[in-house]
Ligand binder design. Sequence first.
Ligand code: D41
Length: 700
Amino acid sequence: MMLSAPGSSGNGGSVPDSDSDSADWQTHAAWLRSELVRHNIAYYVFDQPTVPDAQYDKLFGELQALETAHPELINAESPTQRVGAAPLGQFSQVTHSVPMLSLNNGFNEADIIAFDRRAKEALAQNASPSRQEIEYATELKFDGLAINLRYEHGVFTQAATRGDGATGEDVTRNIRTVRAIPLRLQTSTPPALIDIRGEVLMYKADFVRLNARQRAAGQKEFANPRNAAAGSLRQLDSRITAQRALRFFAYGIGALDGAELPRSHSALLDWYSSMGVPVCNERNTCGGAVGLLEYFHYIGQKRAQLPYDIDGVVYKVNALAEQQKLGFVSRAPRFALAHKFPAEEALTVVLEIEVQVGRTGAITPVARLAPVFVGGVTVTNATLHNEDEVNRKDIRIGDTVIARRAGDVIPEVVAYVPEQRPQDARRFVMPTNCPVCGSSIVRLEDEAIARCSGGWIKCAAQRKGGLQHFASRRAMDIEGLGDQLIDQLVDRHIITTAADLYKLGLTALAVLDRMADKSARNVLDALEKSKSTTLARFVYALGIRHVGEATAKALASHFGTLDALMQASEAQLLEVADVGPVVANSITQFFADPLNIELIAQLRAAGVQWAENNVAETSPRPLLGRIFVLTGSMPTLTRDVAAAMIEAAGGKVAGSVSKKTSVVVAGADAGSKLVKAQELGIAIMDEAALLHLLKQPYFE
Ligand code: D41
């Protein structure tokens, strides 16, 4: 549906200066505003953009031009008024009309079970004894800043930080610039007054973009998205806030006047969402402590994929009447509990900065740290990535630093604490020679990484790295051939190349430390088993620079045989999707090296083999161009096998559902991906249907 208005032919803001038809301009401005608000809500509340950015910008430009020509059309709610204003001298104080409480924390199962039991006991006094489990609302614990948004008769009037819970700072001007926060509630029956509470945060991708911008402008970078959000929100100059991509998720309520309180927390959040207030959709309800712990583990699995940082989950007794009965003790409600993940960041001291040599000779500075418990484990080493990164972050030996370990990612040093820098803190100096083989270290002009020039022939560190990669789970998957075993084999000159692995016998292994007869046999069995592999794994295992798992798969399915790949020219390599000039060059260089040819010949002679697909280029590829998403567990196929079958038929397998997805294959316990597929109207299949599709005549 398109309303027509004068000059709305889409010519981007050509506005006549006559105001003879000002009522029409008024209508047109109102239409543009409502369109912009509608797109904003689709984007920030429902996570489903309705128009491309360029279209939004065009509408925005049209409104701006219209308002410039007719300033009388401007009103405070116009999306054009989110640009910020001249700096304040200081923030004024706001006293919250209902105090902003804090959350009690739980750290383990026992804490959660105790929380549920206390709530049950407290409520049982008032309720029928027959009640079983308490219903809880479960949600994420965002790592941002708590804030109160006041709306009077549906219009945004004030925003205040939590402060000490009783009084906070007035950040109204800053919040006006946050596009995720509506300037008017989308309802025809707004309450006379409502205080909406929630968290202001920054998405991880926006944080990375912001830091890149700060760096380019020679400005201070932020240590994490939380600090970036805090720094942006507490800006005295709201024009700066306007340039920061802040988000908001609502999770609570303060004062409410002139409307009835919903019956439950989940209904409250639904109400917010219906009024255009962003609410995170990663929320649920469940019963009892078992349900709470299930949610905790479910979110724990999902955490790394979320676009924003969370530091735990929050449980709230769902019925607001029950919340009221439970009340609070010393400023924290008894009806809610934050179940925290182990901290991902902790302070510790840099004892030394050394360098590590990787399989491609890459020299990585590594901080040796005073042991610190972070992300659930004790960390003693953290990567500093490269020389420029050490200098940019200005990390020195002796500094107190923030160490971070998120999920299974390698621990890293985020930043140092300036106030705690000792007088004798020492700068890191990049060595000129490889600490392992003594060859010179070189750094090409346009590269961030310095490398040992020794190559694997001279450098034991590169040999070890190459062998570790070869044996790794996603490459040749040689179980039991761990890093320590490889270190010993290389240090004692028992092996040099991957081909030597297949010449190992019991006697060679038995002389090694911590190698019982049984484990030696297991390693030999694993080596034997690894000989039957796939072309993609083998290509990946070779450790060609720039050829990761996905590229190896693409190469294997494109060329079908190793010989075809080895003989491919750069031009032929460029025909493979995802292969660019740098990768193509790296592959041809690899296969031009006689040592690599010799290695491959030896591996094949040792019995390493895979099913070659000589017909790759001529066989029908009926799923070409179709994108599949696999979700849930299937009765017989593993994910990897199903994916391989789809890829063999020319299809692609993607990790998340989008408009581009052709088919979602859903097994048991399929979750949000299935829901999203249904919402987007994407075809859904089970395993049987997939197998049926793959058995069609053109597949044989
Ligand atoms: O995501 C959060 N950080 C979060 C914070 C949340 N999901 N729920 C919260 N609920 C409350 C109550 C129950 C008191 C309304 C909170 C907070 N409070 C909170 N944040 C900072 C202090 C308190």
